[in-house]
Design a protein around this ligand. Structure first.
Ligand SMILES: NC(=O)c1ccc[n+]([C@@H]2O[C@H](COP(=O)([O-])OP(=O)(O)OC[C@H]3O[C@@H](n4cnc5c(N)ncnc54)[C@H](OP(=O)(O)O)[C@@H]3O)[C@@H](O)[C@H]2O)c1
Length: 337
């Protein structure tokens, strides 16, 4: 089958290749990929930035989000059948959506939301799961709480805004002038144009901040929280909770605590909290999210669709910051792009 394979770590390390079809384990479904989507994580994994903790065996197929049709099921699979249209963010170390087929553990897969096309569904899993895990699992956002979501026009931010609104939060977001209208249409109540204004000068009393930028942005984010408020970063620095999630040896927890010591100390001095979050595959959460897409509470935001053969171009489009808003999809169905 055709696939985009990481042969060595680095910018030029991924190539189109002919590879064997994946083997299908007892708990796996084999999915004929109809569409996949690009995430910044693809670049990080390709560059080997996670190789100390995500120990991929080279060569491997890249791609963290897929939608497609089940063509085979393992002997232990239940609840999913040949012919089902599904979507998934396959678990780490078993990614590989930039390919004609992928074998995915049944626990990571859910039926595609009926109201979405396969191309739209491919844009959803990673960012929607991250949104759920930030707002529902971690922060347990309640109606009336104030939530600041950075980079509201991005693939992640555009999803988190909508879910936070659905949960009843008052939502502020940072974005640039061109995308202000879009983020308002997604439900943002307060929009700070980061090219004109410093959010930390105009926002205060927030229960939760989602940081997707890191560095100074994260440090300033701590100052807009109310006492006891929570800052969650999805870009780091990692904390000991992440090492635990990975099941890593305890020394790695210590290392991660050292990496986040400065920001945790700053948070403590301000009477607020800091946590890192790295989303995880989860088919049952994708089922719940699918219902929200089907009821119109959430909608995917898609910047552009590329044909599968141009996956490297699609990756470059995201990497070079050329997306105006939302996600970039690659489709097996030829597009007029
Ligand atoms: N840990 C996790 O589980 C997890 C999950 C999902 C994403 N992430 C990470 O979160 C980050 C965002 O992901 P994504 O999928 O949303 O990426 P994306 O689609 O590329 O979006 C990034 C967005 O950031 C905006 N931006 C850049 N500088 C900004 C600033 N100073 N203030 C506000 N917005 C700014 C960009 O807008 P412009 O067009 O104005 O530049 C763009 O809309 C990535 O680093 C990704 O790796 C982590």
């Amino acid at each position: 089958m055709k696939a985009f394979v990481v042969e060595k770590y680095g910018k030029d390390g991924v190539h189109a290749a002919e590879v064997p079809e994946p083997t299908v384990g007892d708990r796996d479904v084999l999915v004929r990929v109809s569409a996949a989507s690009i995430n910044p994580l693809d670049k990080l994994v390709r560059n080997g930035e996670f190789k100390q903790i995500l120990k991929y065996k080279l060569p491997f197929v890249l791609g963290h989000d897929v939608a497609g049709v089940v063509t085979r099921v393992g002997s232990a699979v239940h609840g999913l059948n040949v012919g089902d249209e599904v979507y998934a963010r396959p678990r780490d170390l078993r990614v590989g959506g930039f390919a004609e087929f992928i074998a995915i553990d049944m626990d990571d897969v859910a039926p595609k939301p009926a109201s979405l096309t396969l191309q739209e569904a491919a844009a959803v899993p990673l960012v929607a799961l991250a949104a759920w895990q930030v707002l529902v699992d971690r922060a347990q956002v309640k109606p009336g709480q104030k939530v600041l979501i950075h980079a509201g026009a991005g693939g992640l931010g555009s999803t988190v805004i909508q879910l936070a609104k659905h949960l009843g939060a008052t939502v502020a977001t940072t974005t640039d002038t061109d995308t202000e209208k879009l983020v308002r249409s997604l439900g943002a109540d307060v929009v700070v144009d980061y090219t004109k204004e410093d959010f930390s000068k105009v926002l205060s009393g927030y229960d939760l901040v989602l940081d997707a930028l890191g560095g100074a942005n994260l440090e300033k984010s701590l100052t807009v929280l109310k006492p006891g408020g929570l800052a969650i970063s999805v870009v780091g620095p990692p904390d000991a909770g992440f090492a635990k999630q990975l099941g890593a040896p305890s020394f790695l927890g210590l290392v991660m605590n050292v990496l986040s010591r400065k920001v945790r100390k700053q948070a403590k001095a301000l009477g607020v909290r800091y946590q890192f979050l790295f989303m995880q595959a989860n088919g049952s959460q994708l089922r719940k999210l699918g219902a929200l897409y089907d009821s119109g509470k959430l909608r995917p935001v898609i910047d552009r669709t590329f044909p599968f053969d141009r996956t490297l171009e699609a990756m470059a489009h995201v990497e070079q910051g050329r997306t105006k808003a939302g996600k970039v999809v690659v489709s097996m169905v030829p597009d007029n792009d």
